[in-house]
Design a protein. Sequence first.
Length: 280
Amino acid sequence: MNTLIKLLKRLPLYLLIGLVALYALFPFYWALNTSFKSESEMFESATYLPENPTLKNYEYVFRDGTFLLALRNSAIVSSAVSILSLTVGSFAAYALGRLRFKGRTIILYIVLSMTMFPSISVLSGLYTIVREFGVFGTPLALIITYPIFTLPFTVWVLTSFFRGLPAEIEQAAIVDGATPFQTFRMILLPLTAPALVTTGLLSFVQSWNEYLFALNFTITEPSAQTVPVAIAQFSGKVARQEPIAEIMAAAMIVTIPLVILVLIFQNRIVAGLTAGAVKG
């Protein structure tokens, strides 16, 4: 009886969780469902399951050399941006989280304020910089501009994590004769693994999905475009065809690996995001 009462009390919570999950997952399910439909079935009626599932849409996407090249570009750019953000961000976070100097709180809030600027507001300035550096129309243009929005988040999360590490660990390393850099590289940095995984993965996902910069900096060079731009420029097999099913298939191809990565590292992501939330 007590078990039934407890279950009834929790029923509204379970219903709310179910509604939120349905709201979040239904667009993903509908895209997956559409990717297995033929063009005729897709426009005839809206069905929750494909009547005649087909893999032709995926075959079309994998035969598209431009899409495969864009997939490679996205992997290179996203990996490079993640590594760059973690390398620079870890040094900055160590300084802001462990060292004592005047103005570090102000600097930290300035770093945080950089995330408040919309991408379009800095686009014109970055466009000029990319032109001046001579990297316009290359993946390097994206690698040097994406840290604008991945680095502040990385610094903020890692700073909270470094602050949460016990001071005794660093003091013991100094007593044993370790230099500040050795203490950072060999002792403190390995302890920040959850935060490194979190920020690295989120930087990777953010770079993978970014569209505005990728479109403007590679618009004249299709061979340097990333997957969001390549998918947006999909054309049909015949004139005036809207390749919706093919676009959904391509979206599934680029989304499922990210979902798998998040599921694999979900525990470390939660640990990294909550790092420094409780002091003790």
